[in-house]
Write a protein that binds this ligand. Structure first.
Ligand SMILES: Cc1cc2nc3c(=O)[nH]c(=O)nc-3n(C[C@H](O)[C@H](O)[C@H](O)COP(=O)(O)OP(=O)(O)OC[C@H]3O[C@@H](n4cnc5c(N)ncnc54)[C@H](O)[C@@H]3O)c2cc1C
Length: 457
């Protein structure tokens, strides 16, 4: 039994928790970082990093199949899933080692074990009492299911999907959001027959509608099947596979059903309610400065309602550390957090969709420009179709950027700068975009909105 005291105690060492720890120690605070699993949390071990490794293997498979198109002689013999796993695990292990070293080097005290909030300043870990002048709740999220849909056997979540030691011949995917389409993209590239079920009218339904429609065309062209605007009714399992029934009577047979219907907050039984923290359906409610209603207790990352993304968690963590240190950091609204879907094709966006911009500013007050990647040399060279759409306020700033095409995720850096700095297209138009890059497509859209299109009619 021991008692340890810190300036700051953080419950959970995922993207949100460890970013807060790193920034807080930089600012001279002492930090106790409590983690029941592995430093790095979901993103590093079962989320962003391993899935992107899988997607890279998938891209290599596709490029190999199409190599003759580029004049390179190669035969595609298939995917060695054990080797893919080894590659994926090596990436994760290396990043984990780096993070563990960094946390040690910064002098952060890591407390291994399951923590429970027992007062506004205290977390209990087994027999040990950890106290802090401030506490950050950063316990993250888990793959959730639908009411009545039991996980297990051939009904799997993204965690089990990552660990599969075989490539399913057929797979049904429940949910056409980011996680669902990323796994669909991988499995299709690996040779599986994939069917997605999405209750909303579009795949990637949180994106600008024009992007969702292009995405659906691209997936259809790849032979990925999908049912939109129809709800899941039930699933039965046998030794061989699953039969999924939809409310419209359609049935889908597959080897596996991946349930990718979103992530719930990991907050049950952690003492938050008992200490008086205001919650809503398991999420921790905060003000825009990420403070809960209990003085000195903050929350970051996936347990705070809104986008569940690693870089939002990082930004939350940095923000709260700076807030506690009295630096008065700037609030970043969720709408201005960049989003990337890393499937083939990729989708990347930031800011308001055209529809939301029209609602918010009035249809006559905004203008948009849609640059087709067919006009972009680099996109043609790498063989991708797609578009870059920029939304601006007339005579005002850029308020949204929406992109689709292989590798467009790499363009979201410039897009988010434009939106977050409230740049006018006229400010950016004179700045250079290297040729030939896909970035030029963004440059062309800014030029066009500034009234001086170059490679566009
Ligand atoms: C398949 C998949 C792919 C994804 N891909 C991307 C992507 O490409 N880009 C992106 O931005 N985001 C992606 N995400 C989302 C991203 O992983 C999360 O947004 C991010 O991990 C949230 O960080 P967090 O700190 O809030 O929570 P987490 O990363 O979940 O960390 C919470 C930590 O708290 C620990 N913990 C929980 N309870 C306790 C307790 N009682 N005591 C001690 N420790 C505790 C957990 O063990 C965990 O380590 C993906 C997620 C998944 C599932």
């Amino acid at each position: 039994m021991s008692e340890q005291n810190f300036d700051l105690v953080i419950l959970g060492a995922g993207s949100g928790g460890y970013a807060a720890a790193l920034r807080a120690t930089q600012l001279g605070l002492t930090v106790g970082l409590i983690e029941k699993g592995k430093l790095g949390g979901t993103c590093l071990h079962v989320g962003c990093i391993p899935t992107k490794a899988l997607l890279h293997s998938a891209e290599v498979a596709d490029v190999t199949r199409e190599s003759a198109k580029y004049g390179v002689t190669a035969d595609f013999h298939g995917v060695d899933i054990a080797a893919v796993t080894k590659y994926r695990e090596e990436i994760v292990a290396s990043k984990f080692k780096g993070l563990t070293g960094l946390i040690k080097q910064r002098g952060i005290t890591v407390i291994a074990g399951e923590g429970k909030l027992v007062s506004p300043t205290t977390v209990q870990v087994g027999d040990d009492t950890i106290t802090g002048k401030n506490v950050i709740l950063a316990s993250g999220s888990y793959s959730r299911s639908l009411p009545g849909l039991e996980l297990g056997g051939r009904v799997i979540t993204s965690e089990q999907a990552l660990e599969l030691d075989f490539i399913p011949k057929t797979v049904a995917v429940l949910g056409g959001g980011v996680i669902g389409v990323e796994f669909s993209s991988v499995w299709k590239s690996f040779g599986a027959d994939v069917t997605i079920i999405e209750a909303l009218p579009h795949l990637v339904p949180n994106e600008d509608e024009s992007i969702s429609k292009q995405f659906e065309r691209a997936f259809r062209k790849r032979g990925i099947k999908f049912h939109l605007g129809t709800r899941f009714q039930g699933v039965t399992q046998t030794d061989q596979g699953v039969v999924v029934t939809l409310e419209n009577g359609t049935t889908i047979e597959a080897e596996l059903l991946l349930v990718a219907v979103g992530r719930g907050p990991s907050t049950a039984g952690l003492g938050y309610e008992e200490v008086g923290v205001k919650m809503d359906r398991g999420f921790v409610l905060t003000d825009e400065r990420l403070a809960t209603n209990v003085p000195g207790v903050y929350a970051v990352g996936d347990i705070v309602p809104g986008l569940q993304l690693a870089h939002r968690g990082f930004q939350h963590g940095i923000f709260v550390a700076e807030e506690i240190a009295g630096l008065n950091p700037v609030v970043i609204d969720d709408i201005n957090v960049p989003k990337v879907t890393y499937s083939s094709p990729e989708v990347a966006s930031v800011g308001l969709s055209e529809a939301r911009a029209r609602e918010q500013y009035g249809a006559d007050a905004i203008s948009t420009y849609d640059y087709n990647l067919a006009g972009n040399g680099k996109s043609h060279i790498i063989g991708t179709a797609g578009s870059v759409k920029v939304v601006r306020v007339k005579d005002g700033p850029v308020i949204g950027v929406h992109m689709i095409g292989d590798r467009v995720g790499e363009l979201v850096g410039e897009a988010q700068l434009a939106v977050n700095w409230e740049a006018y297209p006229e400010d950016i138009a004179p700045l250079l975009h290297a040729h030939p890059t896909q970035d030029e497509a963004l440059g062309e859209a800014f030029l066009a909105l500034a009234g001086k299109p170059l490679h566009a009619i």
